[in-house]
Design a protein around this ligand. Structure first.
Ligand SMILES: *[C@@H]1O[C@H](CO)[C@@H](O)[C@H](O)[C@H]1NC(C)=O
Ligand SMILES: *[C@@H]1O[C@H](CO)[C@@H](O)[C@H](O)[C@H]1NC(C)=O
Ligand SMILES: *[C@@H]1O[C@H](CO)[C@@H](O)[C@H](O)[C@H]1NC(C)=O
Ligand SMILES: *[C@@H]1O[C@H](CO)[C@@H](O)[C@H](O)[C@H]1NC(C)=O
Ligand SMILES: *[C@@H]1O[C@H](CO)[C@@H](O)[C@H](O)[C@H]1NC(C)=O
Ligand SMILES: *[C@@H]1O[C@H](CO)[C@@H](O)[C@H](O)[C@H]1NC(C)=O
Ligand SMILES: *[C@@H]1O[C@H](CO)[C@@H](O)[C@H](O)[C@H]1NC(C)=O
Length: 426
């Protein structure tokens, strides 16, 4: 616990202990908050062993900080005032650690950042700061950053390396999509970094794979939201990388704007593409479609080898209600079974509260819990949910005002309070 006084801006109501706090005010809802002053060493012992890890952010967040709370909404730890994207626990060197991203954030519609990853031990002491130096351009001409790790991913592998994403604004021939010969795009990159030395172990750049991942596959047409690719500041973010994780001895990536999960071999070659609308290299079974998805991982996500390599189980947060869907399909957690031999993708489970569907434009995550339950963070919309393995809603947790949707559920607010990802951990 920190020995300082911090106001916190979080109200948590769980369906398990009480009814959900109604989010029926889009105006000046004042969320109850508590102020804590540590007067002596004291540790609360919650009756439920689980804790929530999330990090309120966005224009209306009362405080932008990593938070740990118990399942009754009591504050356990309030970290520093900082962006804390991907805040949660991971295993490093056989010990649990806290990680988060902070840096220069360019919010939506850019939705990228250049920063560092902080790693803290169980005494809240910083033990690693993972950085990515180099010659990276952003959409602001002349801007440069001491470190260029993107906001979207922090994944510590079993051997202690870290997988992260990055972006580089660069020039490319955009004539295939009606742009200029010397247009500006945002290249999507992944890096595997040695956390002990910050040396780069592996890197990959989407522009080296335009034969399999062409500009024409983007569902975010050139010119969307003014990103015409005509100048550096209008660089077209055609790919929008938002996750990377191990798959066998290679990697699995998520591209929001290609609506694609793609597998890389250890040398970076593209092994297969699962496109959420057309299927890509797969045929999609009923309900297996997805788009604008986040947090694509192979299950179990910690394993890097799989005895039965003819199938892969993926899970993701399927945002789906992208601008191109006009809020017609709600977001949900999905698990998909891919048969690599027959190239068929089938839906195994969908995790959604049909009585209160969430239409999250961006962000969000899918966390499989040890008991088989699934914990879902909805990113842009400040609602977290727990489901049974087969998809029954167990608990809803809301930590800020959410914009109600005509006809039920919640839509993405223009100025949200968000948590990029959220986790439940024992
Ligand atoms: C919200 O609160 C602010 C400050 O208290 C006030 O100026 C504003 O008029 C309020 N807006 C609404 C819609 O009530
Ligand atoms: C977060 O990153 C920004 C931009 O690099 C920096 O100015 C700020 O000091 C950082 N905050 C913390 C708490 O590390
Ligand atoms: C493990 O570390 C080595 C370097 O020591 C690196 O080359 C390799 O890619 C890493 N693999 C995984 C899956 O973590
Ligand atoms: C980023 O793009 C610039 C301009 O094309 C290039 O000079 C630089 O090497 C690129 N950086 C990386 C890390 O790929
Ligand atoms: C990269 O790996 C793929 C899949 O294992 C293999 O087919 C290809 O030949 C490799 N490419 C290089 C340049 O080694
Ligand atoms: C979304 O709305 C636009 C503009 O009204 C329309 O052109 C498009 O067909 C709609 N898409 C869907 C999936 O409803
Ligand atoms: C499902 O959503 C509805 C509407 O938001 C809510 O009233 C209900 O409590 C939720 N179910 C659970 C178990 O959280």
């Amino acid at each position: 616990m920190r020995g300082l006084s911090y106001p916190t801006a979080v109200l948590l109501a769980t369906a398990a202990s009480a009814s959900i706090v109604p989010a029926n005010s889009t105006n000046n809802i004042t969320w109850p908050y508590q102020t804590f002053k540590t007067i002596s060493h004291h540790t609360a012992e919650p009756t439920d062993n689980a804790y929530l890890f999330f990090a309120p952010d966005g224009p209306k967040a009362k405080e932008t900080a990593p938070l740990i709370m118990d399942m009754h909404g009591e504050l356990i730890w309030n970290g520093p005032t900082t962006h804390a994207f991907a805040f949660g626990t991971q295993i490093y060197d056989d010990e649990p650690v806290l990680v988060w991203w902070n840096g220069t954030l360019y919010p939506e519609p850019i939705g990228r950042g250049n920063g560092v990853v902080h790693m803290l031990n169980h005494r809240y002491e910083t033990i690693r700061t993972t950085t990515l130096a180099g010659d990276f351009l952003e959409q602001v001409p002349g801007a440069s950053f001491p470190s260029n790790i993107d906001v979207h991913e922090v994944f510590i592998t079993k051997n202690g390396s870290m997988l992260v994403t990055a972006n580089n604004v660069t020039q490319a021939d955009l004539t295939s999509v009606g742009g200029s010969k010397n247009g500006w795009v945002v290249a999507a990159l992944i890096y595997e970094i040695d956390t002990a030395t910050n040396q780069i172990l592996f890197s990959w750049n989407s522009l080296d794979h335009l034969d399999q991942l062409p500009f024409t596959d983007s569902l975010y047409p050139i010119g969307s939201e003014g990103y015409t690719g005509a100048t550096q500041s209008q660089a077209w973010g055609y790919f929008h990388i938002n996750s990377v994780a191990p798959l066998e001895s290679g990697y699995i990536l998520s591209s929001r704007f290609l609506c694609t999960a793609l597998a890389l071999s250890p040398n970076g070659s593209v092994l297969w593409r699962l496109q959420g609308r057309s299927g890509g290299d797969f045929a999609l079974g009923p309900g297996a479609d997805f788009c604008y998805q986040h947090d694509v991982r192979a299950f179990p996500s910690s394993s890097v080898s799989n005895a039965d390599s003819s199938t892969v189980t993926l899970h993701m947060h399927d945002n789906h209600n992208s601008p191109i869907d006009n809020n017609t399909v709600p977001s949900s957690g999905k698990t998909l079974l891919l048969d690599l031999a027959t190239r068929h993708a089938s839906l195994t489970h969908r995790y959604i509260n049909a009585s209160g569907p969430v239409y999250s434009t961006a962000q969000g995550n899918f966390q499989p819990l040890p008991n088989g339950h699934v914990f879902i963070g909805h990113g842009w919309i400040p609602i977290l949910e727990e489901f049974s393995q087969t998809g029954e809603i167990q608990t809803t947790i809301q930590f800020a005002a959410a914009e109600p949707r005509a006809g039920g559920g919640f839509v993405s607010a223009r100025a949200p309070t968000l948590s990029y990802r959220a986790f439940k951990q024992d």
